[in-house]
Design a protein around this ligand. Structure first.
Ligand code: SDX
Length: 418
């Protein structure tokens, strides 16, 4: 149907192929002018740009050293507990025996989650990803503790305890719910890691397995201004509630370039299949400029120190529970990648071996990143408190690359794509 020519400008001629009444596919936007000048301050991904000052964690990317409040992470992984490490990160000092016992007790007393949240989780599709279930349930905590008294120290302490205590319960609850079962209540006679394994499997946890999981939680607890922690700080800077802060960070961690890589590493190793396929697979991946999951890091130019420790934990599990052929495959891939990517400073990161530990612990693959989130809740809360201590809302600038000012045109005067 040709539109009547209204004179003046070219009448709009609808696309004859389009059926009457169907919305026309919008023409592709004209490519905006690309910024020609690059200013010194613009760095894609804020690489190397300090966005905050922090006393929580330090990374020496060239020497592969990671410290939490000055303590090397390998000492903490060997000698501390996750709750003691969480206390250190959040409050700044190792707790006294009384402070630790009190913190452990408070966390135990707050592990339970309202039946309303459990019932809400029963409405989630069983096929949903556990990270999406965790983000939704973490955010829902804000409905129950909605008083935002950020200037009340007791409110801060209560929020820290609730999130550290309830995140594992919610991860375990969705695991049982998606299997069609009712979630089980936490047990106060079990440690933090033992109780998580118990709620996840409904079985008495193996003490060695629980200790190794606890060490994994320590290794994943904090890592300076990674994407999800930056997300937490940006959200915290608006003075919203801590439950929204953690929910925001969970959503960020879920991405495959960040916390989601641990799942993808096992998929990648399965795709490679056998040791004799490692080099051909790697050469094809590099030629296709494919990112090798579990490798590379914005900060490290050497092997991630956490990967070194996780490898040791994996080997301890293999000694106790039997080996995993996938570990030999992983080590072959690491050796082959060293020759091809090492010169670019691309080595295994925390996600490369962590999945093999969780796999040997019998944890489903899509729960690897939620376990990362359980641990990183300590780091996010430490940064939340630190942000509140010297807050200014994050609002960076941009380099505008869009159109210069222009005038709106009525429909009949808009030129049709040629
Ligand atoms: C975590 O920040 C943190 O601290 C995160 C974390 C934490 O504890 O919070 O440590 C946890 O997120 C670990 C990372 C998990 N993600 C992965 O394993 C996904 C694979 N890794 C890459 O996507 C990458 O290494 C990143 C995202 C981790 C870091 O990316 P950068 O710093 O933005 O580097 P880049 O993408 O700009 O790459 C720089 C060069 C490129 O080559 P060139 O184009 O310059 O020739 O290095 C190459 C990249 O192609 N490169 C890789 C690679 N990572 C970088 N090439 C092949 N495989 C890779 N994994």
């Amino acid at each position: 149907m040709a539109a009547k020519n209204t004179g003046g400008s070219t009448a709009v001629q609808p696309n004859p192929e389009s059926a009457a009444g169907e919305p026309l596919a919008p023409p592709p936007p004209a490519a905006p002018a690309v910024a020609t000048e690059t200013t010194v301050s613009f760095r894609p991904g804020l690489e190397g740009v300090p966005a905050t000052q922090s006393a929580i964690c330090d990374i020496d990317g060239n020497r592969g050293i990671l410290t939490y409040r000055g303590y090397p992470v390998d000492q903490l992984a060997r000698q501390s507990s996750f709750l003691e490490t969480a206390y250190l990160l959040i409050w700044g000092e190792l707790p006294t025996i009384f402070q630790l016992r009190d913190f452990e007790h408070e966390v135990k007393m707050h592990r339970r989650v309202s039946f309303r949240i459990r019932d809400m989780m029963k409405c989630f599709p069983a096929s949903g990803h556990p990270m999406d279930a965790l983000q939704a349930s973490a955010a829902s905590l804000g409905l129950f503790y909605s008083r935002r008294a950020l200037n009340d120290p007791q409110y801060i302490v209560a929020a820290v305890v609730r999130l550290i205590a309830k995140i594992p319960t919610m991860v375990a609850a969705f695991q049982l719910i998606r299997k069609g079962q009712d979630p089980i209540q936490p047990r106060d006679d079990l440690t933090y890691a033992e109780n998580f394994l118990y709620m996840l499997t409904e079985q008495e946890p193996d003490r060695t397995a629980a200790r190794i999981l606890d060490a994994c939680l320590i290794l994943h607890a904090e890592h300076s201004l990674n994407a999800s922690t930056f997300s937490a700080r940006v959200t915290a800077s608006t003075l919203t509630d801590p439950y929204a802060v953690v929910a925001s960070a969970v959503g960020t961690l879920a991405g495959p370039l960040h916390g989601g890589a641990n799942e993808d590493v096992l998929d990648m190793l399965e795709e490679i299949g056998t040791i004799d396929q490692v080099e051909p697979w790697l050469d094809r991946a590099i030629a296709a400029k494919q990112k090798i999951m579990g490798f590379g890091h914005r900060e490290y130019r050497v092997k991630d120190p956490r990967a070194v420790i996780l490898q040791g934990l994996a080997e301890e599990l293999f000694t106790r529970f039997g080996t995993d052929p996938m570990y030999d495959l992983a080590r072959a891939l690491e050796a082959a990648a060293a020759g091809r990517l090492g010169a670019k400073g691309i080595y295994p990161n925390v996600d490369f071996y962590s999945g093999l530990v969780y796999r040997k612990l019998g944890i489903p693959r899509d729960l690897f990143t939620p376990i990362f989130a359980i641990a990183r809740t300590a780091g996010w809360l430490a940064h939340w408190r630190e942000q509140l201590g010297a807050n200014r809302i994050f609002r960076p600038s941009q380099i505008y690359t869009g159109y210069p000012e222009r005038t709106w045109l009525p429909l009949e005067q808009r030129p049709l794509p040629t």
